[in-house]
Design a protein around this ligand. Structure first.
Ligand code: SF4
Ligand code: ZN
Length: 711
């Protein structure tokens, strides 16, 4: 037998033995009826569920799984057979990790080493959009113990600066922490756990992506492996000596289509394209990205700090802050303005007033971006302007929250010491606009006004009137007032059968694509993911059924979906990819709908959590009664219009209700003359079960009680 297959089988057999023992011990301790589950998932033990269709819910389900696991280990001298043994290791790891959650206080709660363990479903859903837009270009798994901590820290920081999401397992976590790598989900460097079995927590992310976005059916192992290989851009780096368990786990990764790069010399045991050595750590990143076919759009900007999407979630505390621009204390605003050719001098960057080295702690700031372009339209001003938030955040040491004239920017001492000044903010805006909006912007100039008098004058004379004008235009923009809608198929890289139809009153379900965004996307890239649908051939106004929409969707999904309505949740509802901000689901007792946002982890009166509701739709499948959508759609006059509109909403988590409440109340007043409609909608502080919900609705005399049955 070759050294490699030998190692794989050795590792798989060892894991099989460990797993069997642990399962037996757990059953002896807690009994076969003891319930077992990973936190916040609708996919049970995801690897076992996806590969075999078996739903593990109690300890007594596990011995059969151990049997399947063992059957995968044939000990035959054949690489494919050996890769199957790698999958057995994955199953074993999943069971061993799952058992950690049986204990009253699970191992991850107790751990002294940082490690998040199992990644809940909602986080995976939230990764959909950044992955499809290339904002997160890939997923790295870094495990082991580096000979020199600096080597692994350098590699991880490099991934971070490229926006790659990095999951870490083993000693590398402490090594990176000590070397000053900033960690956290929002920073895209995620410690999973110390035991090598923790690697399963990134494997199940890939596996659940197949179930959530890809509509891969549980039990379809071949479909699962094809999905992860083709659509999940993940790869593995190991550091330090590798034992047979690591090798067999690596074989599992290879079976899923993820190449493994090790930092020891494997000589003739390398498997080209799948298992390769790279002993020079300066080459690890390059080699890994090449093996997985990941291309990074490099952004070299003339600024003294790093610039990467990975810094978007960075928080700057008061103690680390050098200066602040904050609307609560000083005038602030940011505005993109369309101008004539002779009014814009390309790449002119001006700071009007003191720069941040004048000694003050707080400044006013009006960020004025003036653009000219032959194909520029006033509607694109807000599309560009909304990106300022992300671009400023991408600077390491800069935090930006809010927008328009309500924002807060903090600059860290560290960034200041590296030489960051306001002029660099202008450089960032200039380069990013010319990079992303070059199809509509020919020239661009930036003025940063810190002079408080001038900033205030600009706010009052130019910015506020402009915001108001735009708001009026948005408010007047209805589905009736336009002659076209747009498709969006960005998510097809994960959900090949899904297509969003975006209208002025119904934004994309991810919440990130409004009709204006889709329009801009089309103008910027006429062959891109958004295509116009001329609003013709209305078949039914009530449900929003159009021949042109059906044709466009059928075309965009290659025949997978033949008909969707724009305004119904019961009749041919729009499909979901899986990354929706909210899901609406039927609550049969009240004949109403509950609306749940991704962030809400608790129970709902429908008897299902967000994750469980969400698993009812996704992957481009239509499930009448369940529909994913964006937050802003809730207050739309078109929200489940065919079923009676927002009057059907009976329950929402409090946070969501507070967030959309003002607009929702306005819509209810306008449509039905109801005051303070949100007071009639229950939330988790009122109830999470359907009986109490009915009592509440009766007490409030909720309009749903007088409506026709849904079914
Ligand atoms: Fe994906 Fe739809 Fe959002 Fe486009 S609009 S990015 S397809 S969820
Ligand atoms: Zn999506």
């Amino acid at each position: 037998m070759s050294v490699l297959t030998d190692l794989i089988y050795g590792g798989s057999n060892a894991v099989a033995g460990l797993t069997e023992g642990a399962v037996n011990d757990a059953i002896a301790k807690y009994g076969a009826e003891k319930e077992i589950a990973f936190p916040d998932t609708a996919y049970f033990f995801p690897t076992i569920y996806a590969a075999t269709g078996v739903k593990v819910t109690k300890l007594g389900d596990l011995p059969a799984c151990v049997g399947v696991l063992k059957s995968l280990i044939t000990n035959q001298e054949d690489l494919n057979q050996a890769l199957n043994a790698g999958l057995a290791t994955a199953v074993g790891a999943e069971i061993l990790e799952g058992l950690k959650y049986v204990e009253p206080k699970d191992a991850y709660e107790q751990a002294t080493v940082p490690g998040i363990g199992f990644v809940p479903d909602p986080i995976i859903r939230s990764l959909g959009v950044p992955l499809v837009t290339g904002d997160i270009p890939g997923v790295a798994v870094v495990l082991g113990k580096a000979e020199n901590a600096e080597d692994v820290a350098k590699v991880v920081k490099d991934y971070q600066s490229k926006g790659i999401m990095t999951f870490m397992v083993g000693d590398v976590i402490e090594q990176c922490a000590e070397a000053g790598v900033k960690m956290g989900l929002e920073l895209r460097v995620i410690p999973l756990g110390h035991d090598v079995t923790a690697v399963i927590h990134v494997v199940t992310v890939a596996i659940r992506a197949a179930l959530i976005f890809g509509n891969v059916q549980p039990g379809d192992l071949a479909g699962l492996l094809a999905y992860t290989k083709e659509r999940v851009p993940a790869f593995v780096n190991t550091f330090g000596a590798i034992d047979n368990v690591v090798v067999s786990a690596g074989a599992g990764a290879i079976a899923l289509g993820f190449p493994v790069v090790v930092d020891i010399d494997l000589g003739e045991n390398q498997v080209p394209g799948a298992l390769e050595s790279c002993t020079d750590h300066n080459e690890t990143v390059k080699k890994s990205l090449e093996l997985r076919g990941i291309k990074i759009k490099s952004k070299e900007l003339p600024i003294p700090v790093a610039f990467a999407a990975a810094f978007e979630g960075e928080i700057i505390r008061k103690a680390d802050m050098k200066v602040e621009f904050w609307s609560a204390k000083n005038t602030t605003c940011e505005l993109v303005l369309m101008k004539n050719a002779d009014e814009v001098e390309d790449h002119k960057i001006t700071v009007e007033g003191p720069d941040i080295d004048s000694g003050d702690l707080e400044y006013a700031l009006a960020t004025v971006v003036e653009v000219y372009g032959k194909k520029m339209q006033a509607d694109f001003e807000s599309v560009i302007e909304r990106k300022i938030h992300a671009w400023f955040n991408y600077m390491e040491g800069v935090m930006h929250t809010g927008q328009r004239n309500q924002f807060r920017i903090r600059i860290s001492k560290d960034a200041y010491d590296k030489g960051l000044r306001l002029r660099h903010f202008g450089e960032v805006l200039y380069h990013m606009i010319m990079d992303e909006f070059d199809a509509v912007v020919d020239k661009c100039q930036i003025t940063l006004i810190t002079d408080p008098v001038k900033a205030t004058a600009f706010l009052n004379d130019v910015a506020l009137p402009r915001y108001n004008m735009r708001d009026d235009r948005l408010a007047s923009m209805t589905d009736e007032s336009v002659d076209r809608f747009y498709t969006c198929i960005l998510c097809q890289s994960f959900a090949p059968a899904h297509c969003c139809v975006v209208t002025p009153e119904r934004l994309g379900l991810c919440g990130a694509v409004s009709w204006l965004d889709a329009k801009a996307t089309y103008e910027l890239n006429p062959n891109g993911p958004s295509q116009p649908i001329l609003k013709e051939g209305c078949l039914d106004e009530r449900t929003g059924r159009y021949t042109t929409v059906n044709e466009a969707v059928k075309n965009a999904t290659h025949g997978a979906v033949e008909a969707v309505t724009l305004y119904s949740i019961m009749e041919d509802p729009m499909t979901s990819c899986g990354c929706f901000e909210c899901i609406s689901g039927i609550e049969p007792m009240s004949n109403g709908f509950i609306v749940v946002n991704r962030e809400y982890a608790g129970m709902t009166p429908a008897g299902m959590t967000f994750g469980e509701l969400a698993s009812c739709t996704g992957g481009g499948v239509q499930t009448p009664g369940y529909m994913g959508h964006g937050r802003h759609f809730i207050s739309s006059k078109k929200f489940i219009h065919a079923e009676g509109g927002i009057e059907r909403i009976v329950w929402m988590p409090k946070e969501l209700k507070d967030d959309v409440g003002e607009k929702l109340n306005k819509t209810a007043k306008e449509l039905y003359g109801i005051d303070n409609f949100t007071d009639m909608i229950a939330d988790e502080t009122v109830c999470t079960d359907c009986d109490a919900l009915m009592e509440f609705l009766q007490e409030k005399n909720h309009p749903v009680l007088g409506m026709e049955p849904l079914m």
